[in-house]
Design a protein. Structure first.
Length: 360
């Protein structure tokens, strides 16, 4: 009887947790008026979340670049007056309750709101900005949903946008009837760049990512004496500028990426001159190159431990070689993931999907 009561209690808590998650993933109510005539805006729907998030940072950056390019756009939040402020921005924002969508407008919806797509106005023209294809079906149950959910049965979807070649391939495989466009991530060279002088013996890591595996890895490294003389630098809950400063102080960074759309932390670490060791998170296969970092096979804890030990020993024996590899990584990231490249990606997308009624 006690066991049954505990199971019932756990099931009840699980259902409550699922209900809360579905509420978070429900987009705000939006009005649509077929007679509405406006300038034809691109609205990027965003969660009202002010915790550091590469995904929300990308939404704001898209809107900034579109406005700079002459395409009127705004980030659309639920709450009036809300703005993400953990990074410097003057991005145009709007509140859902103040907006009426019309035929000339285009609504860009993150994959986060996938379970609630059916609540959006059916006639509204939509693009899905899927920044993590591995989360496409989160909170979308297999039982009770049609084939191709959550996208194929949602009226108004015209195409999918994503952030890596890895994710684009997965989305094209799953949704062959929808066009998929790559809009690259930006790693801002003005913020993330190598230090003027070599950093000390510090190892950067983000402690909340795959926390249990991190504990195991650190235990292994400590047991072997590998961490002696090195400082572990946890990077968590910092602003964009603070994160960049912390990364510049770490010649080595441990990547615990997992099922990522792209994997900003290791990319930002590389851009800051760190030698990155660890998991690609799959999406990071776009930029993990063994010529300037140490990719580890997914879930291979032993391989991870060996790769870290090898990297730290190399730094102790020849620090200039590790610093040079980190700077090569920075050059690679800066040359591939820059604002001009994203601006070109967005220009190609919105040349196609802006309403014909709106001048290009």
């Amino acid at each position: 009887m006690i066991g049954a009561a505990k199971r019932a209690g756990r099931n009840r808590l699980r259902r409550l947790g699922q209900a809360r998650e579905l509420r978070r993933r429900t987009p705000p109510p939006l009005r649509y008026d077929p007679s509405h005539r406006g300038p034809g805006l691109v609205y990027y729907l965003s969660p009202d979340d002010n915790k550091p998030s590469g995904g929300i940072r990308n939404l704001y950056r898209h809107v900034d670049l579109l406005n700079e390019s002459g395409v009127p756009a705004a980030v659309l939040h639920s709450r009036q007056g809300f703005r993400a402020d953990w990074f410097a921005n003057r991005t145009r924002v709007a509140a859902a309750g103040e907006v009426t969508l019309g035929p000339g407008d285009l609504l860009v919806v993150p994959e986060y709101f996938g379970p609630g797509l059916h609540r959006l106005p059916a006639p509204a023209r939509k693009l899905i900005f899927n920044q993590n294809a591995y989360h496409t079906f989160a909170e979308v149950p297999f039982d009770g949903t049609p084939a191709g959910a959550p996208y194929r049965n949602c009226p108004g979807i015209e195409a999918l946008l994503t952030v890596s070649r890895d994710n684009a391939a997965l989305l094209r495989h799953a949704f062959g009837d929808l066009d998929v466009h790559l809009t690259r991530v930006v790693v801002d060279e003005r913020v993330f760049h190598p230090p003027a002088s070599p950093a000390g013996r510090r190892i950067g890591h983000m402690p909340r990512r795959r926390a249990a595996e991190q504990e195991q890895l650190l235990h292994i490294l400590r047991a072997r004496g590998v961490l002696a003389g090195w400082e572990l630098v946890p990077i968590d809950g910092l602003t964009e500028a603070q994160t960049a400063e912390a990364l510049r102080g770490c010649p080595v960074f441990l990547s615990f990426s997992e099922r990522e759309g792209f994997g900003l932390p290791p990319a930002e670490a590389m851009a800051s001159g760190a030698y990155v060791v660890g998991f690609t998170g799959l999406g990071g296969r776009d930029f993990f190159d063994p010529r300037y970092c140490a990719p580890v096979a997914e879930g291979d804890l032993l391989g991870f431990a060996v790769a870290v030990e090898r990297a730290l020993r190399r730094y102790e024996e020849d620090p200039a070689a590790v610093v040079a590899a980190g700077r090569a990584a920075a050059e690679r990231i800066h040359s591939a993931y820059h604002p001009d490249g994203l601006r070109a990606d967005l220009t190609a997308v919105y040349r196609t999907y802006r309403s014909p009624a709106v001048p290009a």
